[in-house]
Design a protein around this ligand. Structure first.
Ligand SMILES: Cc1cc2nc3c(=O)[nH]c(=O)nc-3n(C[C@H](O)[C@H](O)[C@H](O)COP(=O)(O)O)c2cc1C
Length: 337
């Protein structure tokens, strides 16, 4: 399949693996790129720019295909040295950076001077337009369904994607709630040039996380995520667990007086406990509603091959079948998972 995104990034399939804290290591990024998608290493999971440089080198050892690095500009307890991270990215020969959180405007000259294509993740049309205006090459349009930070507009992809298509000139991928061929075909129908998946890629053989995390995703339904940190305007969609229930209790008690320090134990340092040690009740870790569509733990290649084969079937049989009157089975799309 060829789209503006496959052509821009030099990849076979229009599928991107979004940056994920403590998940987006070289193993997963290389597996996604080797399977024809675009794998992404999560820059800030590497505690220093030197460690990021090593992780990039490790990924080059595992794949000859293009892969990217995610740089997230979110409020943190201490600001990372972004210029040094960008230097490591440039020196590592990386040609795609996924930015997220705050606008990457001040870092665009450094990224562009390195010949890097920038895809910025946005949860609104206005932020997408701003990304286009500051010279981003593409946008990852992230709906309210998404795991991680959905922003404060609560706009689901059914509206957000067609609105982005109406306004944007640069290509965009659909992000948030994407799991399978049905997601990909629907995203393409709404004007996207591909899709970005986070949560779905955690439940794969190669994702370098504890088996408990993968099993929890298979077990979870679409009702099992919660929104935390709303009151701080730093909303995050996470998988519910005992730590999250405690966090929500604190949020309810503190109300408008809530400060980030009040929930420090439930949000800081949680990722290694969950992803490495498999402590599933440790606190808040990002997870999308799409957990309700995850039923197995395939290899990344099995997942991507299945998505592309099913997408072709949906387009050639189901959709064109409607046009010539041959396709009337409402269950046909349901069989694809
Ligand atoms: C465990 C986890 C950690 C994430 N960490 C980051 C991150 O560090 N930076 C970022 O830009 N996005 C992060 N995301 C968001 C993903 O890149 C992606 O945009 C999101 O997962 C898409 O929604 P989906 O989970 O429904 O596929 C994370 C998502 C998950 C599930």
């Amino acid at each position: 399949m060829k789209t503006a995104i496959t052509e821009m990034f030099g990849i076979e399939h229009p599928i991107i693996q979004g940056g994920m804290h403590y998940v987006g290591f070289a193993e997963l990024a290389a597996a996604v790129s080797n399977a024809g998608g675009l794998g992404i290493i999560t820059g800030l999971t590497q505690r220093t720019p030197e460690l990021l440089a090593k992780e990039i080198a490790r990924c080059h050892d595992m794949t000859d295909k293009p892969f990217g690095v995610n740089l997230t500009f979110l409020p943190t307890f201490s600001a990372p040295p972004y210029p040094e991270y960008i230097a490591a990215i440039r020196e590592g020969g990386i040609k795609v950076v996924e930015t997220a959180g705050r606008s990457p405007e001040q870092y665009m000259p450094a990224l562009k001077a390195g010949g890097i294509k920038v895809i910025h993740k946005c949860t609104s049309v206005r932020h997408s337009l701003k990304a286009e205006q500051i010279g981003c090459d593409a946008v990852s349009v992230d709906g309210f369904e998404c795991g991680g930070h959905p922003g404060e507009d609560d706009m689901p992809n059914m509206i957000l994607l067609p609105r982005a298509a109406e306004e944007l000139k640069i290509p965009f991928v659909a992000s948030g709630g994407m799991a399978d061929a049905r997601s990909l075909v629907a995203a393409l129908a709404m004007g996207a040039a591909g899709m970005n998946m986070g949560t779905r890629f955690i439940a794969t053989k190669e994702a370098p996380v504890h088996q408990n995390v993968k099993d929890a995703l298979v077990k979870a339904s679409e009702l099992d995520t919660r929104l935390v940190m709303r009151g701080l305007r730093n909303t995050e969609r996470v998988l519910n667990n005992k730590g999250v229930e405690h966090l929500l209790e604190i949020e309810r008690e503190k109300g408008r007086q809530l400060k980030i320090e009040d929930i420090h134990d439930q949000v800081a340092g949680v990722y290694p406990k969950v992803m490495i040690d498999g402590e599933m009740d440790a606190g808040a870790w990002s997870c999308g509603m799409v957990a309700g569509l995850i039923r197995d733990i395939p290899t990344v290649k099995e997942l991507i091959d299945r998505i592309m084969a099913d997408a072709e079937r949906i387009i050639r049989q189901r959709l064109t079948g409607f046009l010539d009157g041959a396709e009337q089975r409402p269950a046909a799309a349901r069989a694809i998972a």
